[in-house]
Ligand binder design. Structure first.
Ligand code: 5GP
Length: 345
């Protein structure tokens, strides 16, 4: 665990409103509701693994109520970055769906997160943070187009922060083709594309459409193989990296147990994978814990974990200069820990 604790980490798949610790929730409740500070973790955290995926999505409503103002969003972002920084995360991509609230436009919503990222760059200079603008499937194509427009506008203003677009939300809602043009336009404007794909064991036509488009990365990818040999071959041939979120999948019941997680097969095939938290607050986990669980259940060595971090840098949405800097940090760590790495190959 000491090795994992000190390993410089890369997080590529973390939703803001799923990544709030109990301490953060408490601060947010105080901000919105004053002294009414009772927190029942069951409202937000998934305590057992017996929920359906749709029930898991209801969990986010609790956070959305608390992050509906500029100050709350900035605070939530700062707290999230702090939690990752404390785990020695050297690179973090936050993703969030812009929402109109009583006091915020979608643009204000993203600006508040960016303010949190900017203020954190002073407090946590060793954690480089980027923002991915999400599209929630459940909100439909018109909202997706709005998100694209605001993402493109802010990408112009903050080209070093807004780096990508994501498709997430309930996978049973709408079809990828309903959003396809948004992602073509985002890609043409220079944004990286990360799409949740094959998260559930249905809607196979979606998987094909997503893989044919060829995002820079896919989220989960749990049922790519089940969705058809052709899809599996496309994933492999295009070497599309898969953001793997073990505890999330186990707690949402899409993967039976850690040992059976598809990261195992992908890794054995030499396919690019990243180890990610998804929603560390909702799933009561942390990046260190996810890395430890991967090592334990998928039987990966310290050397393998190191390689996964290095590859994750390569398919991150950081600039080339930033990737070089991140690789230098990892190389330095490797040099200093060569003995531990060799012991455990
Ligand atoms: P937010 O975008 O509000 O910052 O983060 C929470 C949102 O991220 C959820 O409402 C949902 O749309 C999306 N999300 C979080 N975790 C998952 C996941 O595991 N799968 C999918 N498809 N979407 C998720």
């Amino acid at each position: 665990m000491d090795f994992i604790k000190s390993l410089p980490k890369i997080e590529l798949h973390a939703h803001l409103n799923g990544s709030l610790s109990n301490a953060t929730l408490l601060k947010l409740r105080q901000l919105k509701y004053g002294d009414d500070t009772n927190i029942d973790p069951q409202f937000y955290q998934i305590m057992d693994a017996n929920l359906t995926l749709s029930e898991c999505f209801l969990k986010f409503k609790y956070a959305h109520d608390l992050t509906d103002s500029w100050d709350a969003l900035k605070l939530a972002t700062e707290c999230m970055i702090q939690d990752f920084a404390l785990e020695n995360t050297i690179y973090l991509e936050i993703r969030s769906t812009p929402k109109k609230t009583v006091s915020l436009s979608k643009e204000d919503y993203l600006e508040a997160i960016i303010a949190g990222i900017e203020s954190s760059s002073h407090a946590h200079p060793n954690t480089l943070v980027k923002l991915i603008v999400s599209v929630n499937r459940a909100d439909g194509p018109t909202a997706a187009q709005e998100n694209l427009e605001v993402a493109l506008k802010l990408h112009q203003k903050y080209p070093n922060i807004i780096k990508g677009m994501d498709l997430s939300g309930d996978p049973l809602k709408f079809f990828y083709r309903d959003f396809a043009q948004v992602f073509v336009d985002a890609r043409n404007a220079g944004l990286g594309i990360a799409i949740h794909a094959a998260e559930v064991n249905e809607k196979y036509e979606d998987v094909k459409d997503i893989l044919d488009f060829g995002p820079d990365r896919i989220g989960h990818g749990t049922f790519v193989e089940e969705s058809g040999l052709q899809n599996w071959q496309t994933l492999r041939k295009k070497k599309i990296p898969v953001e793997c979120c073990l505890t999330s999948n186990v707690k949402c019941g899409t993967v039976k147990n850690y040992e059976d997680h598809h990261l195992k097969k992908l890794f054995q095939y030499g396919h690019p994978v990243a180890i990610c938290t998804d929603d560390f607050g909702v799933f009561d986990t942390s990046l260190s814990q996810e890395i430890e669980l991967t090592a334990k259940h998928i039987n990966l060595s310290n050397w393998d974990l190191m390689k996964i971090m290095q590859h994750s840098v390569d398919f991150s949405f950081a600039s080339d200069a930033e990737k070089k800097m991140l690789h230098e940090k990892l190389d330095q760590f490797k040099k200093e820990n060569l003995e531990v790495l060799k012991e455990n190959i």
